[in-house]
Design a protein around this ligand. Structure first.
Ligand code: ZN
Length: 203
């Protein structure tokens, strides 16, 4: 199996996992992996993430040209922007997780210093202002936090990135876990600052 075939298989598996874990619903969200320094593989527009298969995935170059496959996700531009700004990023995951959305609707950000895993995987999580999906304005808003490992998107969802697809997936899973925990735990105090610093040193 060559590297593109392997990337297709892993990305399709990741879509199914995100869907099965309720991290995204219907055709919502989009995921991509970097194939090399000039090309990425991204999910297609309008296909249910529980049903995406390897052959549906779209190969694009960094200028946004489709090299093979059908119509890419309408959000491909912020994926490309994140790859351009972060040479060590090899995967980007964007979902519409229920509890992340609930937090933004309540006007809250993620308090990721409630548990060790929150600090280790996420640390500071910015919230991207609301802009219309697929718009240049949304791309500009996301790019203000382009190096954040994880970000919330007001009334929309969340974005994570990682050196591997597994790392980006883990961050999305942890982000949704932390959002749910925060909604359940209310105003629980965060970890002491010296413990947060100790954990940051372990990353
Ligand atoms: Zn979206």
């Amino acid at each position: 199996m060559n590297s593109e075939s392997f990337a297709r298989k892993r990305l399709a598996e990741c879509c199914h996992l995100l869907y099965d874990r309720n991290l995204t619903v219907s055709a919502g969200g989009n995921m991509s992996v970097r194939l090399n320094d000039r090309e990425i593989l991204i999910t297609p527009s309008g296909v249910n993430k529980g049903l995406v298969n390897e052959d549906d995935l779209v190969r694009m170059d960094m200028d946004g040209n489709v090299l093979s496959g059908g119509k890419p996700s309408i959000e491909y531009r912020f994926h490309l922007g994140i790859y351009r700004e972060n040479p060590s990023t090899n995967a980007v995951v964007h979902c519409h997780p229920l509890h992340c959305l609930a937090l933004t609707l309540k006007g809250e950000g993620i308090r990721s210093c409630l548990t060790p895993e929150g600090v280790l995987l996420l640390d500071q999580v910015p919230t991207v202002r609301y802009e219309t999906p697929g718009s240049q304005e949304l791309v500009d808003a996301v790019m203000e936090f382009s190096d954040a490992p994880a970000m919330l998107m007001d009334r929309h969802g969340a974005i994570t990135q990682g050196r591997t697809l597994e790392e980006a997936f883990n961050r999305m899973e942890e982000l949704e876990f932390q959002a749910r925990l925060q909604l359940l735990a209310g105003e629980a105090p965060k970890l002491p600052e010296e413990e947060v610093e100790k954990l940051r040193g372990m990353r």
